[in-house]
Design a protein around this ligand. Structure first.
Ligand code: SF4
Ligand code: SF4
Length: 225
Protein backbone atom coordinates (compact mmCIF):
# COMPACT_ATOMS: atom_id res chain seq x y z
CA UNK A 1 0.00 0.00 0.00
CA UNK A 2 0.96 3.66 -0.21
CA UNK A 3 2.31 4.96 3.08
CA UNK A 4 2.10 8.60 4.14
CA UNK A 5 2.73 10.83 7.16
CA UNK A 6 0.57 13.74 8.19
CA UNK A 7 2.13 17.14 7.64
CA UNK A 8 3.02 19.17 10.75
CA UNK A 9 0.07 21.22 11.99
CA UNK A 10 1.99 24.50 11.57
CA UNK A 11 2.52 23.72 7.88
CA UNK A 12 -1.19 22.99 7.41
CA UNK A 13 -2.15 26.17 9.28
CA UNK A 14 0.14 28.19 6.99
CA UNK A 15 -1.53 26.61 3.94
CA UNK A 16 -5.08 27.54 4.85
CA UNK A 17 -3.88 31.02 5.92
CA UNK A 18 -6.92 33.14 6.66
CA UNK A 19 -9.54 30.77 5.20
CA UNK A 20 -12.64 30.75 7.40
CA UNK A 21 -14.50 27.80 5.93
CA UNK A 22 -12.71 24.68 4.77
CA UNK A 23 -13.37 21.02 4.05
CA UNK A 24 -11.07 18.24 5.24
CA UNK A 25 -11.39 15.34 2.85
CA UNK A 26 -10.17 11.93 3.95
CA UNK A 27 -9.69 8.80 1.86
CA UNK A 28 -10.77 5.30 2.90
CA UNK A 29 -7.92 3.64 0.99
CA UNK A 30 -4.26 3.19 1.91
CA UNK A 31 -4.07 6.31 4.12
CA UNK A 32 -6.80 4.87 6.33
CA UNK A 33 -4.86 1.65 6.74
CA UNK A 34 -1.71 3.55 7.76
CA UNK A 35 -3.77 5.71 10.17
CA UNK A 36 -3.06 9.06 8.58
CA UNK A 37 -5.90 10.07 6.29
CA UNK A 38 -9.15 8.30 7.10
CA UNK A 39 -12.33 9.73 8.61
CA UNK A 40 -11.01 9.46 12.16
CA UNK A 41 -7.76 11.29 11.31
CA UNK A 42 -9.72 13.93 9.38
CA UNK A 43 -11.84 14.63 12.45
CA UNK A 44 -8.76 14.80 14.67
CA UNK A 45 -7.15 17.27 12.26
CA UNK A 46 -10.33 19.37 12.23
CA UNK A 47 -10.33 19.57 16.04
CA UNK A 48 -6.61 20.40 16.12
CA UNK A 49 -7.00 23.17 13.55
CA UNK A 50 -9.99 24.65 15.38
CA UNK A 51 -8.07 24.75 18.67
CA UNK A 52 -5.00 26.27 16.99
CA UNK A 53 -7.13 28.95 15.32
CA UNK A 54 -8.88 29.72 18.61
CA UNK A 55 -5.47 30.22 20.23
CA UNK A 56 -4.77 32.77 17.49
CA UNK A 57 -8.02 34.53 18.45
CA UNK A 58 -9.80 33.46 15.25
CA UNK A 59 -12.51 30.96 14.33
CA UNK A 60 -12.57 28.46 11.49
CA UNK A 61 -15.54 26.49 10.23
CA UNK A 62 -14.50 22.97 9.18
CA UNK A 63 -16.53 20.16 7.67
CA UNK A 64 -15.19 16.64 7.34
CA UNK A 65 -15.87 13.98 4.70
CA UNK A 66 -14.09 10.84 3.57
CA UNK A 67 -14.34 9.39 0.08
CA UNK A 68 -14.05 5.70 -0.74
CA UNK A 69 -10.96 6.65 -2.77
CA UNK A 70 -9.59 9.92 -4.11
CA UNK A 71 -7.73 8.23 -6.98
CA UNK A 72 -10.94 7.47 -8.86
CA UNK A 73 -13.04 10.14 -10.58
CA UNK A 74 -16.24 8.24 -9.80
CA UNK A 75 -15.71 8.99 -6.09
CA UNK A 76 -14.10 12.41 -6.56
CA UNK A 77 -17.32 13.49 -8.30
CA UNK A 78 -19.27 12.85 -5.08
CA UNK A 79 -18.32 16.28 -3.67
CA UNK A 80 -19.59 18.08 -6.76
CA UNK A 81 -22.58 19.58 -4.91
CA UNK A 82 -20.65 20.86 -1.90
CA UNK A 83 -17.12 21.70 -3.00
CA UNK A 84 -17.92 25.33 -3.80
CA UNK A 85 -19.23 25.91 -0.26
CA UNK A 86 -15.61 26.14 0.89
CA UNK A 87 -12.67 28.48 0.48
CA UNK A 88 -10.27 25.56 0.28
CA UNK A 89 -10.03 21.81 0.80
CA UNK A 90 -7.35 19.85 2.65
CA UNK A 91 -6.95 16.38 1.17
CA UNK A 92 -5.63 13.69 3.47
CA UNK A 93 -5.17 11.22 0.60
CA UNK A 94 -1.77 10.39 -0.88
CA UNK A 95 -0.46 12.84 -3.48
CA UNK A 96 -2.76 11.31 -6.10
CA UNK A 97 -5.90 12.55 -4.34
CA UNK A 98 -5.34 16.32 -4.39
CA UNK A 99 -4.27 16.04 -8.04
CA UNK A 100 -7.44 14.21 -9.12
CA UNK A 101 -9.42 16.81 -7.15
CA UNK A 102 -7.53 19.74 -8.71
CA UNK A 103 -8.11 18.33 -12.19
CA UNK A 104 -11.86 17.92 -11.65
CA UNK A 105 -12.55 21.14 -9.73
CA UNK A 106 -10.33 23.65 -11.49
CA UNK A 107 -11.42 26.75 -9.53
CA UNK A 108 -10.94 25.26 -6.07
CA UNK A 109 -7.72 25.19 -4.03
CA UNK A 110 -6.69 21.77 -2.70
CA UNK A 111 -3.94 21.42 -0.15
CA UNK A 112 -2.01 18.19 0.51
CA UNK A 113 -2.42 17.39 4.20
CA UNK A 114 0.01 14.48 4.14
CA UNK A 115 3.50 13.74 2.88
CA UNK A 116 3.36 10.64 0.68
CA UNK A 117 6.41 8.55 1.40
CA UNK A 118 6.60 5.02 -0.04
CA UNK A 119 5.04 1.68 -1.03
CA UNK A 120 5.29 -0.60 1.94
CA UNK A 121 3.57 -2.43 4.73
CA UNK A 122 3.28 -2.71 8.50
CA UNK A 123 6.14 -4.65 10.08
CA UNK A 124 4.61 -4.22 13.52
CA UNK A 125 1.76 -2.21 14.98
CA UNK A 126 2.47 1.46 14.24
CA UNK A 127 5.58 0.87 12.10
CA UNK A 128 5.52 0.77 8.30
CA UNK A 129 8.52 0.03 6.10
CA UNK A 130 9.31 0.55 2.44
CA UNK A 131 9.34 -2.54 0.22
CA UNK A 132 8.90 -1.38 -3.38
CA UNK A 133 10.01 1.59 -5.49
CA UNK A 134 7.63 0.88 -8.39
CA UNK A 135 10.41 0.29 -10.92
CA UNK A 136 7.96 -1.26 -13.40
CA UNK A 137 9.97 -4.44 -14.07
CA UNK A 138 9.94 -6.54 -10.94
CA UNK A 139 12.89 -8.88 -10.56
CA UNK A 140 12.85 -9.79 -6.88
CA UNK A 141 12.86 -13.51 -7.72
CA UNK A 142 16.51 -12.97 -8.66
CA UNK A 143 17.25 -11.76 -5.13
CA UNK A 144 15.55 -14.29 -2.90
CA UNK A 145 12.29 -12.33 -3.01
CA UNK A 146 13.85 -9.20 -1.50
CA UNK A 147 14.12 -5.91 -3.36
CA UNK A 148 17.55 -4.27 -3.47
CA UNK A 149 16.18 -1.28 -5.39
CA UNK A 150 13.79 -0.17 -2.67
CA UNK A 151 15.60 -1.59 0.33
CA UNK A 152 19.30 -1.02 -0.30
CA UNK A 153 20.25 2.59 0.48
CA UNK A 154 22.31 2.63 -2.74
CA UNK A 155 19.87 0.52 -4.81
CA UNK A 156 22.73 -1.80 -5.70
CA UNK A 157 21.80 -4.60 -8.09
CA UNK A 158 25.11 -6.44 -8.39
CA UNK A 159 25.95 -7.18 -4.76
CA UNK A 160 26.64 -5.48 -1.43
CA UNK A 161 28.72 -2.35 -1.12
CA UNK A 162 30.83 -3.96 1.59
CA UNK A 163 29.98 -1.40 4.25
CA UNK A 164 27.48 -3.37 6.30
CA UNK A 165 28.31 -4.53 9.79
CA UNK A 166 26.56 -7.43 11.55
CA UNK A 167 23.77 -7.32 9.00
CA UNK A 168 23.09 -3.58 9.48
CA UNK A 169 23.28 -1.05 6.63
CA UNK A 170 26.16 1.41 6.86
CA UNK A 171 23.87 4.25 5.81
CA UNK A 172 21.18 3.77 8.42
CA UNK A 173 21.73 2.05 11.74
CA UNK A 174 17.99 1.32 12.02
CA UNK A 175 17.91 -0.71 8.79
CA UNK A 176 19.09 -4.17 7.90
CA UNK A 177 21.48 -4.52 4.97
CA UNK A 178 19.14 -6.12 2.47
CA UNK A 179 22.12 -7.50 0.60
CA UNK A 180 23.24 -9.30 3.74
CA UNK A 181 19.72 -10.76 3.94
CA UNK A 182 19.77 -11.73 0.25
CA UNK A 183 23.17 -13.45 0.47
CA UNK A 184 22.23 -15.23 3.72
CA UNK A 185 18.94 -16.47 2.29
CA UNK A 186 20.40 -17.66 -0.99
CA UNK A 187 23.36 -19.31 0.76
CA UNK A 188 21.02 -21.23 3.04
CA UNK A 189 18.91 -22.22 0.03
CA UNK A 190 22.00 -23.39 -1.84
CA UNK A 191 21.31 -20.96 -4.70
CA UNK A 192 24.03 -18.37 -4.08
CA UNK A 193 25.53 -19.32 -7.44
CA UNK A 194 22.62 -17.49 -9.12
CA UNK A 195 24.19 -14.19 -8.05
CA UNK A 196 27.58 -14.93 -9.55
CA UNK A 197 28.80 -13.80 -12.94
CA UNK A 198 28.11 -10.76 -15.05
CA UNK A 199 24.46 -9.66 -15.22
CA UNK A 200 22.87 -7.54 -17.86
CA UNK A 201 21.74 -3.96 -17.31
CA UNK A 202 18.34 -3.33 -15.81
CA UNK A 203 15.96 -1.61 -18.18
CA UNK A 204 15.05 1.57 -16.31
CA UNK A 205 12.70 2.82 -19.02
CA UNK A 206 9.78 1.33 -17.08
CA UNK A 207 10.73 3.33 -13.98
CA UNK A 208 10.11 6.99 -13.14
CA UNK A 209 13.14 8.01 -15.20
CA UNK A 210 10.99 7.81 -18.32
CA UNK A 211 8.47 10.35 -17.01
CA UNK A 212 4.86 9.73 -15.89
CA UNK A 213 3.73 6.20 -16.69
CA UNK A 214 0.43 4.71 -17.82
CA UNK A 215 -1.07 1.31 -17.29
CA UNK A 216 -3.63 0.27 -19.88
CA UNK A 217 -5.95 -2.77 -19.65
CA UNK A 218 -7.34 -2.92 -23.16
CA UNK A 219 -10.30 -5.10 -22.13
CA UNK A 220 -11.48 -2.45 -19.66
CA UNK A 221 -11.14 0.55 -21.96
CA UNK A 222 -14.57 1.74 -23.11
CA UNK A 223 -15.23 1.00 -26.76
CA UNK A 224 -12.85 -1.98 -26.83
CA UNK A 225 -15.44 -4.51 -25.62
S1 SF4 B 1 12.04 -4.85 -8.32
FE1 SF4 B 1 10.89 -3.00 -8.80
S2 SF4 B 1 8.69 -3.59 -8.80
FE2 SF4 B 1 9.86 -5.24 -7.76
S3 SF4 B 1 9.76 -4.73 -5.56
FE3 SF4 B 1 11.67 -3.79 -6.37
S4 SF4 B 1 11.12 -1.70 -6.99
FE4 SF4 B 1 9.20 -2.87 -6.71
S1 SF4 C 1 25.25 -1.67 3.63
FE1 SF4 C 1 23.90 -3.06 2.44
S2 SF4 C 1 21.89 -2.03 2.26
FE2 SF4 C 1 23.38 -0.50 2.98
S3 SF4 C 1 24.06 0.52 1.13
FE3 SF4 C 1 25.52 -1.16 1.49
S4 SF4 C 1 24.72 -2.96 0.36
FE4 SF4 C 1 23.05 -1.40 0.47
Amino acid sequence: MIVADRKPIQEILAMVKTDKKILILGCKGCVTVCNVGGLKESEILASTLKIARKQQGEEIDIDVRALERQCDNEYVAQINDIVNDYESVISLACGVGPQFLSEMYKDMTFYPGVNTTFFGGAVQHGIWEERCAGCGTCGIHNFGGLCPIARCAKSLLHGPCGGSSKGICEVNADTICVWDAIVTKKTQAGTIGDLMGVKGFKDWRTARDGGPRRSIREELVEGNI
